[in-house]
Ligand binder design. Structure first.
Ligand SMILES: [Zn+2]
Length: 399
């Protein structure tokens, strides 16, 4: 592996201290060996060089919540929803998650991979170097396992680190409409043991109309017996008790949290649960954003993610997520940068990612602007000049 030296960095965000002006980063064998002022840089040897010409550098984005493996799309449904169609109207027309499940079950595994890989390539071009991918559009044993295999293959074949999450308890599949217990038996007794070698985490959608706290607890206890940590879709559309559940079981993350209370936040902070916020979903649903500043005040670590999915947040760009977090949620620019990089890494238990300091992963983004503030300030423009994964330029201008 060739060593890489970045010179002429106008502003360097390391997440390990203050922003550094006139900086240099050295990456050897995929790991950072130096990140700091140019005057303090060690001998640079025969590394490949990239002159950043005054551009800003931040750690690579860590997108900690996606459903990026699916087939089909719901563009027609989006148009209807924007014109005021209700959830019931959409369901009556055969839309909603059930339509994505049908398209996903009908697609071959290779087709699922090709579709997901196209989306993930765009994510990499937008500066993402690590993503979490959930199953949850199969809702039967064979398709759920296919989704997890495809997610792992994305990480094997593309220059991105992938963490996988089993989300069999995403929705009740149509064939189990009148047999909730039968479906949960299937999830716990057959899907979870099969998923354990393919999934790093287990997730449950805790919500009115999805799964109750008691149902989720049963799934999470079985997952814990198999060594899988918990991520929880909690308090998205209503206050349903998902946050208290996440705190009680010591989940790794509680995600969405639009309806979280101050008491919930205190319990989550105490339990060390990371808040993974997905402002793209609230934006598409035209609902108020999660209270990110309050969660930070209560001592939680906050991560940002795209929630990339075909129904409520077909978003691939972490830059757009950062813009929503700053403009609509009220995070400061520095808080949003940290949440989109270091926060995501912590939520995925990757302490050497989302950080640019000696020993951490050589994953970073060169922004085509003098400071990272331009990311939220100029939404919908991809300001990524180059994405660097493990010390290699994998996307961007001149790639
Ligand atoms: Zn989600």
């Amino acid at each position: 592996m060739t060593d890489l030296l970045l010179t002429g960095i106008g502003r360097l965000t390391t997440n390990a201290g203050d922003t550094v002006a006139d900086a240099v980063v050295m990456i050897v064998d995929g790991e950072i060996t130096y990140a700091g002022t140019s005057s303090g840089a060690p001998d640079q040897g025969r590394a490949d060089r990239v002159d950043c010409e005054g551009r800003a550098v931040i750690p690579g984005f860590v997108d900690a919540h996606t459903h990026v493996v699916f087939a089909g799309d719901r563009a027609d449904e989006f148009g209807l929803k924007m014109q005021g169609a209700s959830y019931a109207d959409i369901a009556g027309l055969g839309g909603g998650i059930v339509s994505t499940v049908a398209a996903t079950r009908a697609a071959g595994e290779d087709e699922l991979f090709q579709e997901a890989a196209a989306r993930v390539r765009r994510m990499i071009e937008s500066g993402t170097t690590t993503i979490e991918i959930k199953s949850g559009y199969g809702l039967d044993l064979g398709t759920e396992m296919a989704l997890l295999r495809v997610a792992r293959r994305v990480g094997d074949e593309l220059p991105v680190t992938v963490k996988t999450t089993f989300l069999g308890a995403h929705a009740l599949p149509p064939e189990y409409r009148d047999d909730r217990k039968g479906y949960l038996d299937l999830v716990v007794e057959e899907m979870l043991p099969a998923a354990a070698p393919l999934a790093d985490y287990c997730d449950v959608f805790v919500e009115e109309g999805a799964f109750s706290v008691d149902e989720a607890l049963r799934v999470f206890e079985a997952a814990a017996d198999l060594g899988m940590g918990a991520r929880v879709h909690a308090e998205q559309l209503t206050h349903s008790g998902g946050a208290a559940l996440a705190a009680g079981i010591g989940a790794v993350s509680a995600d969405h949290l639009d309806h979280v209370t101050v008491d919930d936040a205190g319990a989550l902070a105490e339990a060390g649960v990371v808040a993974v916020l997905v402002p793209g979903a609230s934006y598409t649903l035209r609902s108020p954003q999660a209270p990110g500043p309050m969660l930070l005040d209560q001592g939680m670590t906050v991560a940002l993610a795209t929630d990339c999915n075909p129904g409520t947040s077909y978003l691939e760009s972490m830059s757009m997520v950062m813009s929503l977090a700053v403009v609509q949620m009220g995070l400061s620019i520095d808080q949003a940068i940290h949440a989109a990089t270091r926060g995501g890494a912590l939520s995925l238990q990757m302490p050497d990612h989302g950080l640019l300091s000696p020993g951490s992963a050589g994953d970073l983004v060169i922004i085509d602007a003098p400071s990272a503030a331009h990311i939220p300030y100029r939404p919908a423009t991809n300001l990524v000049w180059k994405t660097i994964k493990a010390g290699r330029v994998v996307a961007g201008i001149g790639h």
